[in-house]
Design a protein around this ligand. Structure first.
Ligand SMILES: *Cc1c(COP(=O)(O)O)cnc(C)c1O
Length: 454
């Protein structure tokens, strides 16, 4: 293995590895980038490139790479108890401690936790729980779940059906009883409306859908407080409070998917606290362990939990690795680090505002239609013409060109449609942000040159 070249690795990868969300023919032609190691905010590839990771892996490596505390937590837990199941009236100490910790950290009323390994599984769990809940309430016809276009809740058939990614639906992810409404995507839909009017309008799309389907058929509405994979869509102020009130009015469970927004990214431990929400259930994953090992969790509010506990009988659901002791130990060490390093306050008071101010000047670039950020989430929308704005046609080509320029200059970002997306580690320093913005500006310039040359 030592004398293998990057090309050897690429060829082997292409020969046997079908990677997620990948166009296989395209990847085989281009070859993958082989990531060999990572340290703090940088990843390194087998060609010796050092790349600033403005995506925190995939929205998850919140405390940065190489944190010894997490390595040690995993290692001692593996030595003490690497695995035991929680199925048959057994439990383990890390998972008990983590459950108490999550109940304390999350908003009031979320006091119970169900564990899984991925955000997708957590959301599948929620789907089963809410439908079971309504059956126990004597309303088994309340089955339909409302999601949103561009919403992302995972890649299992159920979680992808609940999400609003059309391309995923078209590949066998169309389970029954899921409907979708338009997202509060100001860049596309706000026009000349005031923030308050747009918040009310976007919330009215939920009420319209409820009236169309009938509240007595609707189990729940699920929303990411800030839509991540859909393009870092930041809702207008008030929108989330409106949709929560609409859910209460029609007795529909209100579920927040905080897989990205949880654990400090918005400047509070959870976006529900940032936006003043009291959800019935909450999805957690990614940042729960900073991605060092897989773990996800469903926070279950008292209304649903009480019903399941008192009248539910056995809940026929769970995964071999639900409440895995090593994952729980890493999650606990991760939460300790976030607290010890003051990352939540740092984003609220320091790096969140700093990021917004640092990105602001890019709005003047001829390619940029909108710059938006919230806490440590950001998006830069690229447009053909700022007036309008006029989008590129087809959508998605220019975004990839700009993303590739950024990566080639040492910055890992993602493109969603024609937006550049950022979700850096929560430990990002102002100097990292400056470095990121310098490369973004250069990538925008090069993209503009490419377009002009065409
Ligand atoms: C990533 C993500 C998921 C899915 O998590 P997986 O661990 O990839 O299954 C669900 N919801 C949101 C908001 C996500 O960003």
């Amino acid at each position: 293995m030592q004398d293998m070249t990057t090309d050897d690795w690429r060829q082997l990868d292409a020969a046997h590895h079908m990677a997620p969300f990948t166009d296989y023919r395209e990847l085989r032609a281009a070859g993958s980038r082989i990531i060999t190691h990572a340290d703090w905010h940088y990843i390194y590839d087998s060609d010796g490139n050092r790349i600033l990771d403005a995506m925190a892996g995939l929205w998850c490596v919140n405390v940065g790479y190489g944190r010894k505390e997490l390595v040690d937590a995993a290692s001692s837990q593996m030595a003490a108890l690497p695995y035991y199941n929680n199925f048959f009236k057994t439990s383990n100490q890390p998972v008990i401690a983590l459950s108490k910790r999550l109940a304390d950290l999350t908003p009031d009323g979320l006091n119970n936790v169900f564990y899984a390994n991925s955000g997708s599984e957590a959301n599948d769990t929620i789907i089963r729980m809410v439908r079971h809940f309504w059956a126990l309430e004597g309303k088994p016809q309340k089955q339909t779940i409302i999601g949103r276009t561009y919403g992302y809740h995972g890649s299992t058939i159920m979680s992808a059906s609940m999400g609003g990614m059309t391309a995923m639906h078209e590949q066998a992810a169309t389970a029954p009883d899921f409907v979708h409404i338009k997202p509060p995507y100001g860049f596309l839909y706000q026009g000349n409306l005031s923030t308050a009017d747009f918040a009310a309008l976007a919330a009215s799309w939920l009420e319209d859908k409820i009236n169309e389907v009938g509240a007595d058929h609707i189990a729940a509405f699920i929303a990411e407080p800030i839509q991540g994979a859909g393009g870092v869509i930041v809702p207008p102020e008030g929108y989330l409070n409106h949709v929560e009130a609409i859910c209460r009015k029609y007795d529909i469970l209100f579920i927040v998917d905080e897989v990205i927004t949880g654990f400090g990214r918005t400047g509070q431990w959870f976006a529900s606290q940032t936006f003043g929400l009291s959800p019935d259930m909450m999805t957690l994953a990614k940042g729960l362990t900073s991605g060092y090992v897989p773990m996800s969790a469903v926070m279950i509010g008292d209304r649903v939990a009480t019903r399941l506990i008192d009248d539910g009988g056995e809940f026929y659901h769970g995964f071999t690795y639900s409440g895995h002791p090593v994952a729980a130990a890493v999650a606990l060490a991760n939460l300790d680090l976030i607290a010890r390093d003051g990352l939540v306050e740092k984003i609220r008071d320091d790096t969140g505002p700093y990021l917004a101010a640092a990105l602001e000047p890019l709005a003047a670039h001829p390619l940029v239609g909108e710059v938006r950020s919230f806490g440590l989430l950001a998006a830069i929308e690229l447009v053909k013409d700022k007036a309008g704005p006029v989008l590129f046609d087809p959508v998605g080509e220019i975004g990839v060109i700009c993303r590739d320029h950024a990566i080639n200059q040492g910055l890992m970002v993602r493109a969603v449609r024609d937006a550049m997306i950022m979700s850096p580690p929560l430990s990002f320093e102002p100097s990292d942000i400056d470095h990121m913005v310098t490369i973004l500006a250069a990538a925008l310039d090069r993209t503009l040159e490419d377009i002009t040359k065409r």
